[in-house]
Design a protein around this ligand. Structure first.
Ligand SMILES: *Cc1c(COP(=O)(O)O)cnc(C)c1O
Length: 384
């Protein structure tokens, strides 16, 4: 008889994650109360207590999303699962999908829609640019799509795309609008109803200050009607929003085993948000974003996106000539334990992506970051 031996390292080493300052685009710092919530005893996914938790989460999501008419629900999966759910339920094979393509995440939306058999038309702009109201309207009037997609806060570029003109034109053309709100929810107003978005998805690990694992979504009445009127089931069973909506808000019949602890975490994070007050929270992020940009300019560096188009939660800073961005990042991680990200796609090597979100969004933390950033840049040959 053979025995399987445990490798010594697995048997002996306790989990010992390093302490990091997560100044990247996500995951971001987790609020201490959220860590506590994660350690509470779990109950069953059909337990009346869990149904209550799920209900609380849906209610608590309404204010940060700016939803009063529509529905909120939570997908078990990261932000990309929310994206996939939006695509799978609202963009059928043969449907025409018009996407505002100015960054990495609109490319991901494109890829998912293509895999679903949609006809995708793209309005390309270089990474970091945004669309004016007229450009948005012209594109939609010309293409007459079934569904329109845009990324509200494009984490790959740091640019914020307002959605109102997009939604107005889309609705005039009889189209639904999918809005990626992954980096906006919890850090800046989404204004779902006011903007006119039909389907929005987000995640827990960016503006919401939880670990990754869930995707909070919002759907307008128009979107709910579209779901009700569907004659065929979407190709994805797991991400079937009708089934998930039924499990989470109507019959509470088993669909999948919801990740209980993550729902506790999200509920706590949303409570922390509500206690601070949304206006206060948004103002805190705006203030920190201004202080951040001011500090960056004082170092003689440039922001990639013009001030009026910037996302307050995620900053893209141009890498100065002669400096290798990867080395600066390594120095920050090895020294003070600060994580930031680099650019990718057309912005690879050209920008640093620095998140100032959730518990990290304080003036003291911004100053702490700037002084460590300055040291790392100087060590890599940049003279301030
Ligand atoms: C992070 C991100 C996603 C994907 O979310 P995951 O949680 O990584 O799956 C989608 N869209 C945007 C804008 C993002 O920043």
């Amino acid at each position: 008889m053979s025995t399987i031996e445990q490798p010594a390292a697995v048997a002996l080493a306790a989990l010992h994650p390093p302490r990091r300052y997560l100044f990247g685009p996500g995951p971001t710092m987790v609020h201490p109360r959220v860590y506590e919530a994660l350690s509470k005893p779990i109950v069953g996914h059909l337990d009346p207590y869990f149904i209550e938790v799920m209900h609380d989460v849906q209610e608590l999501l309404k204010a940060p999303y700016g939803v009063s008419q529509g529905a909120t629900l939570v997908i078990s999966g990261t932000g990309s699962a929310g994206m996939e759910a939006a695509v799978a339920n609202f963009i059928d094979a043969g449907a025409k999908f018009a996407v505002f393509a100015n960054g990495y995440f609109s490319d991901r939306l494109t890829e998912m829609a293509k895999r679903n058999g949609a006809i995708v038309v793209r309005f390309e702009k270089s990474w970091g640019e945004t669309y004016s109201d007229d450009e948005a309207r012209d594109f939609i009037q010309r293409e007459k799509p079934n569904v329109v997609g845009f990324v509200h806060a494009e984490t790959s570029t740091g640019a914020l795309q307002p959605g109102r003109a997009i939604c107005e034109a889309a609705h005039e053309a009889g189209a639904l609008v999918i809005g990626d709100c992954v980096t906006s929810l919890g850090g800046l107003p989404v204004e779902f109803d006011e903007t006119g978005i039909d389907v929005a998805y987000s995640c827990t690990q960016k503006g919401v200050s939880c670990p990754p694992g869930l995707s909070p979504m919002a759907m307008s009445q128009r979107a709910m009607e579209f779901l009700r009127a569907r004659k065929t089931a979407p190709r994805s069973w797991y991400l079937d929003l009708k089934l998930i909506h039924d499990y989470s808000t109507v019959s509470h019949r088993y669909h999948h085993t919801a990740p209980i602890s993550m729902f506790y975490a999200l509920r706590e994070a949303l409570m922390v948000m509500a206690e601070e007050g949304l206006e206060n929270r948004w103002e805190r992020h705006r203030r920190c974003s201004k202080a951040f940009a001011k500090g960056i300019e004082a170092l003689g560096l440039r922001m990639h996106v013009p001030e009026r188009h910037r996302i307050p939660t995620l900053n893209t800073v141009c890498v100065p000539a002669g400096v290798e961005e990867g080395k600066v990042r390594k120095r920050l991680l090895d020294g003070p334990g600060i994580e930031i990200a680099g650019g990718f796609g057309p912005l690879a090597g050209k920008v640093f992506r620095i998140g100032v979100m959730g518990p990290l969004a304080t003036e003291d933390n911004v100053q702490f970051f700037l002084s460590e950033f300055k040291k790392a840049l100087s060590a890599e040959g940049y003279s301030v």
